[in-house]
Design a protein around this ligand. Structure first.
Ligand code: KIV
Length: 276
């Protein structure tokens, strides 16, 4: 299968071929997702919640994101790797934002960055794209706006809010983004946006009409401890599988059943020789 690039991803929309995307934060998971043929791997700042045990994405730092992005790119051959810019790394000044975005491509081998926000990010997106940094937008429920939004709530439910979302998505496209994530919005609004945009929409909790879908991998694997929104489909129950394995191991050690002689190395001589 050919390497996924920014232009080849954009071509998918014209060919009406669905785009598949998942998050990853480490080498083995990224490698397995890539080998499964998923098109886009997002090193999401959901890292903070599903891997680092924090209660929101807000405390995630640039250094943490770079560290995990390096691990992901080490495991990926085909998928397009997009790194999420964490809260505070693109909000204080355009120059700082550009410097931070450059680090993802230069130090961590990401191929694009993602920033949250619509119209208010238009200038920033243009600046990054002018500096040869492909940008994925993200509108709707933007978790970094948690406190302004008053919680993780479905967005775009009123006529005015839906219109504002359409404007946000159009602004992101006009600024030069190559794709946009639509998070937690009514499927009718996502369908309208998808129809009006020339760039692909990647939905999460945005219904079936988006050009592609993304999920947080730990949710899909049943490996997250957060409450699951209704748009998550669990394809595995890794929490039970892992918990069971850890319990059996502990029982085996306590009961003297692990390791066995077959699982041990053997000295070539008689024990008396060792004592000499
Ligand atoms: O951080 C993340 O995982 C994301 C996805 C939910 C799109 O932004």
């Amino acid at each position: 299968m050919d390497k996924i690039t920014v232009p080849s991803l954009m071509d998918r929309k014209a060919r009406s071929e669905k785009i598949t995307a998942l998050t990853a934060y480490d080498y083995p998971t990224a490698r397995l997702i890539d080998e499964a043929g998923v098109d886009v791997i997002l090193v999401g700042d959901s890292l903070g919640m599903v891997v680092l045990g924090r209660s929101s994405t807000l405390p995630v730092t640039l250094e943490e994101m770079l560290h995990h992005t390096k691990a992901v790119t080490a495991g990926v051959k085909r998928a397009l790797v997009v790194a999420d810019m964490p809260f505070g790394t693109y909000h204080t000044s355009q120059e700082k934002a550009l410097e931070n975005a450059v680090r993802f491509l230069k130090e961590a081998a990401a191929e694009a960055v993602k920033v949250e926000g619509g119209e208010r990010r238009q200038r920033l997106i243009r600046k990054l794209v002018d500096a040869e940094i492909p940008v994925m937008g993200h509108v709707g429920l933007t978790p970094q706006s948690l406190h302004r939004l008053g919680g993780y709530k479905v967005q775009g439910k009123t006529r005015e809010a839906a219109r504002a979302l359409v404007s946000d998505a159009l602004a992101v496209e006009a600024a030069g983004a190559f794709a946009v994530v639509l998070e937690c919005i009514p499927l009718e609004v996502a369908q309208e946006i998808t129809g009006r945009l020339g760039i692909p929409t990647i939905g999460i909790g945005a219904g079936p009409h988006c050009d592609g879908q993304i999920l947080v991998t730990h949710d899909l694997l049943g490996l997250s401890f957060n409450s699951h929104p209704k748009f998550v489909r669990k394809y595995a129950d890794l929490a039970s599988t892992m918990g069971g394995a850890f319990r059996r191991y502990a029982e085996d050690v306590r009961g003297g059943h692990f390791p066995t002689a077959e699982e041990s190395y053997h000295y070539a001589f008689q024990p008396q020789v060792v004592r000499k």
